[in-house]
Ligand binder design. Structure first.
Ligand code: G3I
Length: 491
């Protein structure tokens, strides 16, 4: 619930002139995006034919905040550690599925999908396996693959059959490991064993630092191409996407080149270093997946920043208290937007629709402060909640401009007192179709700028604030991110 604390107690007076309404044509009936925007990651991804998953830890399943987020937001889960080799076969031929089963039965009980991670890996091997080599290791390894895949048969939508088998040597070589030393065919042998044990699961190869086009990803690409040409049962490639502050420029192109080999692609362990570009980078990854038809889903590697393996990087979608971050809003909006690669949001306005206007800089929504229906009530930004105080309809003024009508109050955005000054207050006021209520809307790269007809100034979040209650004013148009708004259709 919003509070009344952070605001000025100012009275706003909009001078209303000449109700020249009449003859308002409803035009521009093109829209982008699904008919209804989802309000959770899983729901919105499902509307785009994808899943949105999360890595969870059995040890945190008694944390109510954590599980509340998992329950609400995600439609797929993966065990962060509990289905790895050391967890599932701590002693040779003695399997322990306790924690893995907990995660799987929780997920299936809630109607969520499960990714399996991971049957084969050079790391997290149980001690007994680390000391093995040659044919006995090969036999023990394939037995592990068979036993674990068979235990979960029918419950896993995609298995990481082999994880991180390529080196970071700039040449695209296989990584040296005890498994690799059993023979270069150890990977395909694992895929064949997994297929035999669970014919219904999609079988993936999964790796990191393969997110752009580079020597390592090309090494994986060549292996997948070879597997496809020889009928080795591979269905998908996972791109972990543990990213720094930026997304490789060829991220989407890299996904696409794998998809073109005839496999699905999945973003499997997404987390992105905190910083001013974090929300944008999350948006770019989401859009890239949406733009590649064989990209079937995204998984983030943890729930809250405090749950992440990347201590101090704050790389996830929820903060330590479980609040949605700007990165969350960026992902949700990208999922709800129509295009795959246009920055998201509508590309023209539909005068019969209701939109939430999300500020590009802050990720927050244009909002009638404190649910007011009064004349002169202030317009601010607030964390997006899709409430009626955040929903706006474009009403054509018949001259190429629009008023923005609040679903809550039926009043329209108005530059207070017909001011033409920088920083002048934007309020709500009864619809008079005055020029101070008319806004030209130009949309580029998925973001709209709104320029007032009377003043020629742009609607912006003052001072590029990212805070709840940040003031919305007019200011000379300079195309700053705080002057750009994503139009997210919600009704
Ligand atoms: O639970 C024990 C604890 O009892 C013990 O005191 C402590 C001592 O170090 O270790 C704890 O286990 C740790 C475990 O995470 C649970 O927190 C392990 O040491 C630690 O190695 C393990 O790290 C995991 C890492 O994989 C290695 O398996 C991370 O949680 C997990 O996020 C990370 O995930 C990997 C993916 O599987 C593959 N891709 C990269 C990704 C990030 O490294």
């Amino acid at each position: 619930m919003r509070t009344t604390s952070p605001r000025r107690g100012r009275m706003h007076r909009a001078v209303s002139l000449l109700a020249t309404a009449g003859l308002v044509a409803t035009t521009a009936l093109v829209l982008a995006g699904p008919a209804q925007a989802g309000t959770t990651l899983g729901q919105s991804a499902a509307e785009r034919g994808r899943y949105f998953g999360v890595a969870i830890a059995a040890g945190r399943m008694s944390d109510a905040t954590y599980m509340g987020i998992v329950d609400r937001e995600f439609d797929s889960v993966v065990a962060e550690n509990e289905m790895k080799m050391d967890a599932t076969e701590p002693n040779r031929n003695q399997f322990n599925f306790t924690n893995g089963d907990r995660i799987v039965s929780y997920a299936l009980g809630k109607g969520k999908k499960v990714r399996g991670h991971t049957l084969g890996w050079h790391a997290q091997q149980p001690g007994w396996m680390q000391n093995m080599s040659g044919q006995s290791l090969r036999d023990a390894f394939l037995n592990h693959v068979t036993q674990v895949a068979a235990h979960y048969r029918g419950k896993i939508h995609s298995w990481d059959v082999v994880n991180e088998a390529f080196a970071d040597d700039g040449r695209g070589s296989r990584r040296d490991s005890n498994l690799q030393r059993t023979g270069n065919d150890w990977i395909e042998a694992a895929f064949r064993a997994a297929r035999a044990a669970d014919p219904g699961a999609k079988l993936c190869y999964n790796d990191y630092n393969t997110d752009g086009v580079n020597a390592k990803s090309t090494g994986v690409y060549n292996m997948v191409r070879d597997f496809k040409s020889r009928g080795v049962p591979i269905d998908c490639v996972g791109f972990q996407s543990h990213l720094g502050t930026t997304v490789p420029a060829d991220y989407q192109a890299n996904l696409q080149r794998f998809a073109d080999l005839g496999v699905d692609v999945q973003i499997t362990e997404l987390d992105i270093q905190q910083g001013s570009n974090q929300a944008n980078a999350y948006r770019q990854v989401t859009q890239a997946c949406l733009a590649v038809s064989r990209c079937t889903g995204i998984t983030v590697w943890g729930v809250r920043d405090t749950d992440s393996w990347r201590t101090g990087a704050n790389p996830l979608l929820f903060d330590g208290a479980g609040n949605k971050k700007a990165a969350y809003t960026a992902v949700l909006d990208a999922l709800n937007a129509g295009g795959g690669n246009d920055g998201g949001g509508a590309t023209t306005v539909d005068t019969s629709a209701w939109y939430v206007l999300v500020n590009r800089n802050s990720g927050k929504a244009l909002d009638v402060y404190n649910l007011s229906t009064a004349d002169g009530a202030d317009i601010v930004q607030w964390a997006r909640n899709n409430g009626n105080q955040q929903q706006w309809q474009f009403v054509s003024s018949g001259n190429g401009t629009y008023r923005l009508r609040s679903r809550l109050s039926s009043k329209v955005l108005d530059v207070s007192s017909w001011s033409t000054a920088n920083g002048a207050e934007v309020v709500q006021w009864p619809d008079t179709n005055g020029a101070n209520q008319q806004w030209s809307v130009s949309i580029a790269n998925g973001y709209a700028s709104l320029v007032n007809r009377n003043s020629g100034k742009a609607l912006e979040v003052q001072g590029a604030s990212v805070a709840d209650g940040g003031n919305v004013v007019q200011y000379t148009a300079w195309n700053g991110a705080n002057q750009q708004w994503q139009l997210v259709r919600v009704g």
